[in-house]
Design a protein around this ligand. Sequence first.
Ligand SMILES: [Zn+2]
Length: 177
Amino acid sequence: MGALLEGHFRLTSGLHSPGYLQCALVLQHPREAERCGALLAERVRGLGPQAVLSPALGGIVIGHEVARALGVRAIFAERHEGKLTLRRGFTIAPGERVLVVEDVVTTGGSTRETIEVARAAGAAVLGAAAIIDRSGGNQGLDVPFEALATVSLPTYAPESCPLCASGIPVVKPGSRA
Ligand SMILES: [Zn+2]
């Protein structure tokens, strides 16, 4: 579906990469989004989640579809003054069993931050799930993690990025890509 883009990208994590997975290009098709959600839901159903929490914006559509397949509600956390926060009247009950759902996990940073939002509200975070795991096994999560596919794409610190060294302009995906 053209979701795997090639070029020189600055990822959300700050790392640079010659590859970027623009999951929105898959999720724009509701039938494919629903199918990804159903496949992911099968892998986590046994955890018994009562709610799905996703980070905005990337996690919202897939979180909604996983929640649809599980028959639970879908809420999201969004950045407010630099910090992921529950807004719009979303609440999590103390002890509620929450699953965190993302589109792509690279460093695991935004997934960990979303887990912290749930825990701060008193939730029991059962696990995390993503369409794509491009962490190379280094997502550093302290909960069970499931992904539909594992993709290996190199990432570089900006100061040691060979694409920067060869003068190729870096693009922030989501703006133009
Ligand atoms: Zn670079």
